[in-house]
Design a protein around this ligand. Structure first.
Ligand code: ASP
Length: 438
């Protein structure tokens, strides 16, 4: 059995968290590959070291001194080291870092140091080997991962007797320079490591006991999801449930590796298991609905043209959106009308261009824009081929005076998405949760 365990920023924020990580790693000899983020917030008013490093870089760029911020960052690492009684020469490495900083220092190089120092400390604390991400996570010139080279290097690094610790979030390009991923990228490093060694499980340790069935800011104490398929996860994440970096799913999914979201502060909780295979998923979960998520602030562009060939007009409108880089999230099609739904934040920047082009190309009888719509998605693999679910959704919302403005069911029937007014968003989620999960 081989497990890759990735620990997020809050799991490595201070010495007390490092101790929990050690307890978790030592409780299972299969946890031989550890990936860490940079130390995160210790409390809600604290700072993530990655944010501070980005801030330092902005100071450097504009020629503003950033010694105080660098000092803060150094002190965080020194404190962890001293509290744990480790020997790593943080001050020496920091001195070298500071001495090399100029206006031209690359942002990637500087912000990657959050993960680097955290991983150095973690490796010493666990008694594992430190393996720098520049030596095992490789990008090609086109910015994509060089998977072959990456997997070979990780496999080789992992083949030694001791376990290894890899800093997340960065790797190197063919010239050897450091490149960081987008924010939250340590999830991706963990997924690549798991795929490289064909791990049995990729554990992603964070500060919640798995993925919740609904947003806890809206629904009081929603239940955690025990088991979810990769397809359902995509639906939930797309509709706003923030779980994992979206690029983290592909490497493990492609290899059929299960992904387990766990809580460092509650290691006994099983967390959420994300699996490819439906049978395993269904054995583990009795619930009819897997989760409910959604997002506010969509715009609906409705077009009417009697006797038009709707399909031609629709294609023309979609081309306009594509040209303007505005993805259509949903399409509702009638005989002489159709509506396109797009995120207001994206559409508003290009609104006049989009409306003008559609007017010019399609010459509709009417073209209407409505803003402030929210999308709410009910997701569950067990809805497939089960009559009555959509009816229940409409009945539940309708009987509480919530008007449904758009309706969409995914082709595989694992999600039903309805558009409601922004002001009804929270109520709709609570009602659907009570109806299907409560
Ligand atoms: N430290 C980076 C961030 O804050 C990467 C990560 O945490 O995964 O985004």
């Amino acid at each position: 059995m081989l497990k890759v365990a990735k620990f997020g920023g809050s799991s490595v924020a201070e010495a007390a968290q490092f101790k929990k990580v050690k307890g978790i790693v030592e409780s299972d000899p299969a946890r031989r590959i550890v990936v860490v983020s940079a130390a995160g917030k210790r409390s809600s008013s604290d700072h993530k070291l990655t944010d501070l490093l980005y801030l330092c870089h902005a100071h450097l760029t504009y020629g503003v001194p950033c010694d105080n911020i660098l000092q803060l960052i150094q002190e965080r690492f020194v404190e962890i080291r001293d509290d744990l009684g480790l020997a790593y020469d943080v001050e020496g490495d920091f001195m070298a870092l500071r001495a090399g900083l100029t206006r031209d220092t690359s942002v990637d190089e500087l912000v990657s140091r959050g993960e680097y120092f955290t991983a150095r400390l973690m490796a010493e604390y666990l008694g594992y080997e430190f393996v720098d991400a520049t030596e095992c996570i490789f990008f090609s010139y086109n910015g994509q991962f060089d998977l072959e080279k990456t997997y070979d290097a990780i496999r080789k690094a992992a083949s030694q007797d001791r376990g290894i610790v890899i800093p997340g979030f960065y790797g190197s390009v063919p010239t050897g320079k450091i490149k960081v991923m987008s924010r939250g990228g340590s999830d991706v490093t963990g997924a690549l490591a798991a795929a490289a060694v064909d791990a049995d499980v990729y554990e992603n340790w964070t500060d919640v006991s798995g993925i919740l069935m609904a947003d806890p800011r809206i629904v009081k104490d929603p239940d955690p999801i025990e088991c979810i398929t990769y397809d359902e996860l995509r639906e939930l994440a797309f509709m706003g449930a923030s779980v994992l970096h979206e690029d983290a799913v592909h490497p493990v999914r492609a290899k059929g590796i299960a992904l387990n979201i766990r809580n460092t502060n509650q290691p006994e909780a099983p967390g959420t298991m994300i699996v490819a295979d439906l049978e395993t998923a269904d054995e583990q979960q009795n619930r009819f609905i897997t989760g409910i998520s959604g997002r506010k602030n969509f715009s609906v562009l409705t077009m009417k043209k009697t006797n038009m060939n709707t399909n031609v007009c629709l294609q023309q409108c979609l081309k306009v959106l594509e040209k303007c880089n505005v993805p259509a999230e949903h399409i509702t099609l009638g005989l002489d009308t159709f509506a396109l739904v797009a995120a207001t934040s994206v559409l508003s920047d290009r609104l006049f261009e989009v409306m003008g082009e559609i007017q010019r190309i399609c010459e509709p009888e009417s073209l209407r824009l409505e803003e402030s719509m929210a999308l709410v998605a009910l997701v569950g693999r067990k809805m497939t081929c089960r009559p009555g679910t959509a009816g229940k959704v409409f009945q539940c919302l309708g009987s509480h005076g919530i008007n449904i403005r758009t309706i969409n069911q995914s082709a595989d029937e694992i999600s039903i998405t309805v558009g409601v007014d922004n002001k009804d968003y929270e109520a709709a989620i609570r009602l659907l949760y009570d109806e299907f999960a409560g």
